[in-house]
Design a protein around this ligand. Structure first.
Ligand code: MN
Length: 283
């Protein structure tokens, strides 16, 4: 199932270029009050609600995708986790290019671990990226994103995919410089998610997905997720060995080689097999 959020807090199922309104499912989430849950309650209940969502989609009139405004597929992630240098060829380019590493020692992911991006940096593809420091180098990074569906505390890699609700496309936008990754990658609009959540039953194995990114029509990044250093399963095991993952937590799995600068006026297109494509304007 391809589940989207669109327009003014609506939920839809996407099939062939059409959206089917299933917003009535939100009535099943009950009402919460202060202090509100710090996870995404729709994602948390998704397994239970799938049958009802399918039924609602059947009763709903198709609306062309071109007529809706897609929103971030996960409304309330508690955290955005990201994997640095998780493709070997990106590790090599980061080490060999001073405009990427700024004298920071680039360690392997097994040594450097993961980092967090501020949830306030998150935007939908249609909102675009607003460059914050135009005098510095601002790069695109296409990444497969896994969205956590169940609370995961110290899970093994073997069981890790049981904890995934689904997948979407992510851009881990970055201003290059000497600061910590989490600062440079937490600028407003520097975490792009879209176009929708493809539930994990449609992607049994997240390795083996082709992904590519172009800027103004020119291919910059292209690889396959089989080239990840740590697989999605290993990343979930690694992350959950340090902190509990909650429904709606977002995991950026790392970017391949070919990162490069963008500036206002550019248009980024990012595509991943079995998920779809996003178009992102840079301002
Ligand atoms: Mn990244």
């Amino acid at each position: 199932m391809q589940l989207c959020r669109y327009d003014d807090n609506k939920i839809g199922v996407v099939r062939d270029s059409f959206v089917y309104d299933v917003s009535a499912v939100l009535n099943e989430l009950g009402s919460s009050s202060y202090p509100f849950p710090t996870c995404d309650i729709l994602i948390k209940e998704l397994d239970r609600l799938k049958v009802q969502i399918e039924a609602l989609a059947k009763q709903s009139e198709p609306m062309p995708l071109s007529q809706v405004r897609l929103q971030v597929p996960v409304a309330n992630p508690g955290k955005l986790i990201a994997a640095p240098v998780n493709y070997l060829k990106h590790l090599e380019e980061a080490r060999s290019d001073a405009t990427l590493h700024y004298q920071n020692k680039i360690e392997e992911i097994q040594r450097v671990g993961l980092f967090l991006k501020a949830t306030s940096s998150m935007v939908a593809a249609a909102q675009g990226v607003t460059i914050r420091f135009p005098d510095r180098r601002n790069d695109h990074e296409i990444e497969l994103v896994a969205v956590i569906g169940k609370t995961a505390d110290r899970v093994t890699a073997e069981r890790a995919l049981d904890y995934v609700a689904g997948y979407c496309i992510g851009l881990d936008m970055t201003v290059r410089g000497p600061e910590e990754r989490s600062l440079r990658k937490s600028i407003d609009s520097y975490s792009v998610l879209g176009p929708w959540l493809v539930t994990s039953d449609e992607i049994a194995d997240p390795s083996g997905l082709e992904l590519s990114l172009s800027v103004n029509g020119q291919i910059r990044q292209q690889t396959n997720t089989r080239n990840l250093v740590l697989s999605v399963q290993e990343l979930i095991a690694f992350a959950s060995s340090y902190y509990t993952l909650y429904p709606g937590d977002v995991l950026f799995t790392g970017t391949p080689e070919g990162v490069g600068p963008v500036q206002a006026g550019d248009v980024i297109r990012a595509k991943i097999d079995k998920i779809g494509e996003i178009e992102v304007a840079v301002r």
